[in-house]
Write a protein that binds this ligand. Structure first.
Ligand SMILES: Nc1ncnc2c1ncn2[C@@H]1O[C@H](COP(=O)(O)OP(=O)(O)OP(=O)(O)O)[C@@H](O)[C@H]1O
Length: 774
C-alpha cells in the first residue's frame, strides 16, 4: 500500500501478525463486547421503564383520591395529583435518556472509533493516556474511564489540530498543555480493523483518499473522521458573532457548517436546542441532500429552510411569491423580450442597499405626513373614515416611532369600535338577526340571566334585558372580525404606500407596470418580496425572532445586500455562520464579491471573523485544475491529491450531440459511476434535453424546481438547481459561446463543472465558450 512520508499504513492482510495491530484489534473487540452488553441492558431497561410508564398512565387516577369538598381536601387532591405527575415525568425522562444512550451505543457498535491520540499532560507522572475518538462517547463504569471520547469533547480537538509534539487544548475553564506521542487513524467495519494509519498533522491523506474515492451519494455524509485542521477552526469557533467562510467549490464549506451545528449542540447542551438553529439552504433538493448528516451524528435536525420558503411563510395568503428560479429563468432566457434591460435594471436596484435607504427615507417622511390608511367598514358602510384615522394618527406625539404610534392608534380605534357597537345594538338589522336566532341561544340567554338574578318577573323589563343580552352578543360577533383586522393593522394601507414609493422611483413605465400588474394579480415578484416585507415592518414594527441563536446561510453569495440587512433585523440576537463562494454567484441580484463584504459591515469588526478554505476535496486533481482555470484562480485553489481522467472537451455537430451524450452516459455507467448529471444552463433547455434523451435513456429523470430530493441514477438538471450537490460524473450539455458568453455565465459554467467528483465531460457545438480553459 502507498505511503506518505509521515504515515505508517497498516492493512488487514499485511499486518495480522503485527503486535500493535493485534493489540488494537483486541481492544476493538473488548469495546465491542462492552457495547453489545450495554445495548442488551439498555434495551431491557428501556422496555421495563416503558412498561412502567404505560402502567402509571393507565392507573394514574387509582392512586389519587379526588376530593374537592373543601379547601383542605382540594389541596390534598392537587398535591397527590402533582406527586403522580412527577413520578410519571421522572420515568419519561429516564426513558428518553435510556433511548438516547441506546442510540449512541448502536451508532458505535460496528465502528466504535476512528482515531486515537496519546497525550501526556505536562507534569502528569502517570504518562501518556490513549484517547480514542468516535461519534459518541463510551464510559466504562467498572474502570471509571472513557473508552471512547465524543469527537466534540475538548480533548478531541488535539486530534484535529496537531500532529505528534507539543500540543494544547482548551476546556471551558482552562488551557491544558502537554505532548502528543501518537496520532493514529482507523477504518473499522463490523468490529474489524480494516486499515490503520499513524499520521502527522494532517489527517491522513490515505483515509481521505478512501473516503473521497467513493461514489457520490444521494445524501451528504458527515466528515467527522477526516475533518481538516482549517475546517476544525470553523467547527469549533465560539467567539465570532459573524463567521464568514469563503472557499472554492468543494472545499467543504457545507460539510464544516453541519459539523459545526453538531458541535454547538453538544457544547451548549441544555442551553441550545436544534430548533434554535436555522439553516438556510439554496433549494429544496439541497435541503433533502443534507438532511441526514445531523441525525447520523446523533443530533436532531436543525430548522432547515430556503429563503423562498421563509418568504412564502411570511406572505401567507396575502401574495404568492414569484420564486427566485422564475426570476433566474427570465434573466437567462428573455434577452430578446421587450423591456428586458429595464426589468434587469429594476431588479438590481430593488435588491440594493440604495433601495433600502430609499425606503428608510420614505418611511421617515411619513412620520410627519402622508401615511395612507384604509377606512374601517362595517356591514359595507364606512364607520371610521381614513381621513379621521390619519387625523388621529398625526395628533399623536410625533417623537414616538410610527410603529408605536400605530399601536396607540389601535387602542383608540378599538375603544371607538366599542362605542360604535353600542349604537349598532339599537339598529333594526339586529332585530332582524334576533328573529333568525336559534331557539337554543334564547334558552341559553334565559339561563344566564336567571343565574345572574336579572329576571324579576315575567315583565317587559325582563324582555328588554333578554333583547339587550342577545343584541350585544350578535353585534360583538359581527365586530369580532373588525377588531381582529384592526389589531392586525389592516387599516394601514401598506400596499398603496409601497406602490406610491415604486412610482416615485425612476423605473421605466414598462418595468413599473410589470410589478404593478403582478401585484394586482396578488403575486409579488421575488425582487419585491424582501423589500415589501422590510417596508411593511419598518412602518409597523419588525417581526423579530429572538429564539433563534444561530443562523447558518449556505451559498450566501446568492443573497442580496438587502436580504442580509433584512435577515439581520429578523434575527437580531443570533450568531451567524455564512458560507459562500463568490465564484459561484449565479443570481441576477447579487454582485460577485460585494455581498459578503456588505454583510461584514452589519457586524462590528471585533466580532467578525473570516476564514478561507483553500483546498478542494470534491473533485479529482485533474477536474480542480481545470475548473480553477475557468475563474483564473489556479493559485488560490489547491486540489486534493486524488487523480482521475482529464476532463473531456468535445466539439460535436448539432445533429450528433444527443447520440454523443448517450454514448458518454453509457461509458460512465460501465465505469461504475452511479450518479450522472447532465447539466443544462436553464430549466427550459434541461426540459427539452430530457424529452429528447428519454427514448434512448428510459431511466433518465428531470430535476426541476418542484423536485424535493434526488436519488442515484441519471438526471438532467439546470445549473442553478445543482448548487451545493455533487455527482460522480457531470456532462455539460452545451458549452458553446451561444450559451455561455456573458460574465455572469462564467459563474454558471464554473458551478456546473465543479459538481463533478470523478469525471467531467463537456460538449459544445459551434464555437466554444470563451471561459473554456485552453
Ligand atoms: N474533511 C473532509 N473529509 C472528507 N470529505 C470531505 C472533507 N471536506 C469536504 N469533503 C467532501 O468534499 C465534498 C464537498 O464538500 P462540501 O459540499 O461541503 O463543499 P462546499 O464547499 O460546500 O462545496 P460547494 O461550494 O461546491 O457547494 C463532499 O463530498 C464532502 O463530503
Amino acid at each position: 500500500m502507498k505511503s506518505n512520508s509521515d504515515e505508517i499504513i497498516l492493512d488487514e492482510q499485511q499486518n495480522a501478525s503485527n503486535t500493535d495491530w493485534i493489540k488494537e484489534q483486541d481492544r476493538v473487540e473488548m469495546v465491542t463486547k462492552l457495547l453489545q452488553r450495554l445495548i442488551a441492558e439498555r434495551v431491557d431497561e428501556a422496555g421495563f421503564i416503558k412498561e412502567d410508564i404505560v402502567a402509571i398512565r393507565r392507573h394514574f387516577w387509582d392512586d389519587v383520591t379526588v376530593n374537592f369538598e373543601d379547601a383542605a381536601e382540594t389541596a390534598e387532591t392537587l398535591a397527590s395529583m402533582k406527586q403522580q405527575a412527577e413520578v410519571l415525568s421522572e420515568r419519561e425522562r429516564s426513558h428518553r435518556h435510556m433511548e438516547k444512550q441506546l442510540k449512541t451505543y448502536q451508532r458505535l457498535v460496528d465502528s466504535p472509533y476512528f482515531g486515537r491520540v496519546d497525550f501526556v499532560e505536562d507534569g502528569d507522572p502517570a504518562g501518556a493516556e490513549a484517547i480514542y475518538l468516535g461519534v459518541g462517547s463510551l464510559y466504562d463504569e467498572q474502570s471509571g474511564e472513557y473508552l471512547v471520547y465524543d469527537w466534540r469533547a475538548p480533548i478531541s480537538s488535539l486530534y484535529y489540530d496537531y500532529g505528534p509534539g507539543a500540543v494544547l487544548y482548551k476546556t471551558p475553564e482552562t488551557t491544558i498543555q502537554g505532548e502528543m506521542t501518537l496520532k493514529r487513524q482507523y477504518i473499522i467495519q463490523q468490529s474489524q480493523i480494516k486499515s490503520m494509519f499513524d499520521a502527522g498533522v494532517t489527517i491522513g491523506d490515505e483515509m481521505l483518499q478512501q473516503v473521497l474515492g467513493k461514489n457520490a451519494s444521494a445524501k451528504m455524509k458527515s466528515i467527522v473522521a477526516t475533518i481538516q485542521q482549517e475546517q476544525n477552526k470553523i467547527i469549533r469557533n465560539e467567539q465570532a458573532r459573524l463567521l464568514v467562510v469563503e472557499g472554492a467549490a468543494g472545499s467543504g464549506k457545507t460539510s464544516a457548517a453541519l459539523q459545526r451545528a453538531a458541535y454547538l449542540l453538544y457544547r451548549h447542551r441544555g442551553h441550545l436546542a436544534a430548533d434554535q438553529i436555522v439553516f438556510f439552504s439554496p433549494n429544496p433538493i439541497f435541503n433533502s441532500y443534507i438532511a441526514t448528516v445531523l441525525p447520523e451524528l446523533g443530533e436532531e435536525n436543525v430548522e432547515q429552510t430556503t429563503y423562498q420558503q421563509y418568504l412564502e411563510h411570511r406572505f401567507a395568503r396575502q401574495y404568492t411569491v414569484i420564486d427566485l428560479f422564475s426570476q433566474m429563468e427570465y434573466a437567462l432566457t428573455a434577452h430578446q423580450e421587450v423591456g428586458y434591460d429595464d426589468i434587469m435594471e429594476m431588479v438590481a436596484y430593488k435588491s440594493s442597499y440604495a433601495f433600502m435607504q430609499r425606503i428608510n427615507d420614505y418611511v421617515d417622511d411619513r412620520s410627519k405626513q402622508g401615511m395612507l390608511f384604509r377606512a374601517i367598514k362595517f356591514r359595507g358602510e364606512v364607520i371610521i373614515s381614513k381621513e379621521y384615522i390619519a387625523e388621529q394618527f398625526y395628533a399623536l406625539d410625533p417623537t414616538i416611532s410610527i410603529a408605536n404610534r400605530l399601536k396607540l392608534l389601535v387602542t383608540q380605534l378599538l375603544k371607538q369600535i366599542t362605542q360604535i357597537a353600542k349604537e349598532e345594538r339599537k339598529k333594526s338589522w339586529v332585530d332582524e338577526e334576533l328573529e333568525l336566532l336559534d331557539p337554543d341561544e334564547y334558552s341559553e340567554a334565559y339561563e344566564k340571566l336567571q343565574n345572574k338574578g336579572s329576571y324579576q318577573s315575567q315583565s317587559f323589563d325582563d324582555f328588554n334585558s333578554e333583547r339587550d343580552y342577545l343584541a350585544t352578543r350578535i353585534v360583538s360577533r359581527y365586530f369580532k372580525k373588525t377588531r381582529r383586522l384592526i389589531k392586525m393593522l389592516r387599516f394601514v394601507h401598506i400596499d398603496a404606500m409601497y406602490r406610491q414609493l415604486l412610482q416615485q422611483c425612476n423605473f421605466s413605465d414598462y418595468a413599473l407596470q410589470h410589478t404593478l400588474t403582478n401585484m394586482n394579480q396578488r403575486m409579488i415578484p421575488y425582487e419585491d418580496a424582501t423589500a415589501y416585507l422590510y417596508f411593511k415592518e419598518k412602518l409597523t414594527g419588525f417581526h423579530t425572532n429572538t429564539l433563534i441563536k444561530h443562523v447558518f446561510i449556505d451559498e450566501a453569495q446568492d443573497y442580496s445586500v438587502f436580504q442580509f440587512h433584512y435577515l439581520k433585523r429578523i434575527f437580531p440576537n443570533s450568531k451567524w455562520t455564512v458560507l459562500g463562494d463568490p465564484n459561484q454567484t449565479i443570481y441576477m441580484h447579487s454582485h460577485h464579491h460585494s455581498e459578503l463584504d456588505a454583510l461584514a459591515s452589519l457586524f462590528d469588526e471585533q466580532h467578525s471573523e473570516r476564514i478561507r478554505l483553500s483546498k478542494s476535496y470534491r473533485s479529482t486533481h485533474e477536474i480542480v485544475t481545470f475548473t480553477s482555470k475557468i475563474i483564473g484562480a489556479e493559485q488560490l485553489v489547491e486540489p486534493f491529491d486524488r487523480h482521475g481522467p482529464e476532463p473531456q472537451i468535445m466539439q460535436v455537430e448539432q445533429g450528433q450531440l444527443l447520440d454523443d451524450i448517450v454514448r458518454t452516459v453509457q461509458q460512465m455507467q460501465q465505469a461504475a459511476h452511479t450518479s450522472i448529471a447532465i447539466i443544462g444552463k436553464t430549466a427550459e433547455e434541461s426540459k427539452q434535453l430530457y424529452e429528447q434523451l428519454l427514448p434512448q435513456l428510459p431511466s433518465l429523470t428531470l430535476i426541476d424546481k418542484e423536485t424535493a430530493s434526488f436519488d442515484k441514477g441519471i438526471a438532467v438538471i439546470p445549473v442553478y438547481l445543482a448548487k451545493g450537490v455533487e455527482f460522480d460524473t457531470v456532462i455539460v450539455h452545451n458549452a458553446s459561446a451561444e450559451y455561455y458568453s456573458k460574465e455572469a455565465d462564467k459563474w454558471l459554467f464554473y458551478t456546473a463543472c465543479t459538481r463533478a467528483m470523478h469525471e467531467l465531460s463537456i460538449f459544445y457545438t459551434g464555437t466554444k465558450t470563451p471561459f473554456m480553459p485552453m
